[in-house]
Design a protein around this ligand. Sequence first.
Ligand code: ADP
Ligand code: MG
Length: 239
Amino acid sequence: MIQMKGLTKSFKQGQEQTKVLKGIDLTIKEGEFVAIMGPSGSGKSTLLQLVGGLDLPTSGDIQINDHQLHKMNEKERTIFRRKHMGFVFQNYQLLPTLTVKENVSFPIHADRKVSKQDEERVNQLIQAVGLDGYGDKKANVLSGGQQQRVAVARAIANQPAVLLADEPTGNLDREKAEEILHLLAEFHRKEGQTIVMVTHDIFAAGFADRIILFKDGLVDQEIRREDEQYAEYLAHFMA
Ligand code: ADP
Ligand code: MG
């Protein structure tokens, strides 16, 4: 359902054009949970930006279902994003002075008028992420782990087809990270979103169906859960 062909992205750095993505060919199936790993600066976040329609490729195609993102202007991409994509970032990016409920409702509100049913979903999500009773609290009084749980609820509030997560556990200790990953896995199991998660953490990547290794703007390696070498591969990283 997500199809990238010959995707490149260059940025101007001083006088020079630096090619950050050098030709990515990648297909991600509907409902797949994919982890992208690789060294800092290898282009992982840049790729997520393109998949999320936050930026345009320099060349190449990116298609999500029937939508050709590389052909859309900014306004079309914004509409597409609000309808179909959810985002979780390393630093939570909640609206600090809004309440938990307002934060979780935000993507629905941006897309359309919030219905009674939507309100119910928002309340259910707040409960599902373990924040029952926190709905009317301002986001900025919550701990980091709690804020990221709000961010996960927010990301899926509008039932996006695709959930993009950039280092969602990067600021959290192991216990809090586990909570977030279990939430993602649980929502993925129940609602079947396609998930693309960038992570440095092999433990986090172990939740995915497929691990894609980036190196210097290209896909270097891929391994699937059903591959024989999968366990060995994880163990090698963990060592
Ligand atoms: P990763 O997420 O794998 O650490 P990024 O995709 O964030 O890597 O960045 C890859 C390279 O692209 C880095 O060298 C970074 O400085 C550069 N880069 C990313 N975004 C921009 C931008 N908006 N303008 C200029 N350079 C950028
Ligand atoms: Mg990054």
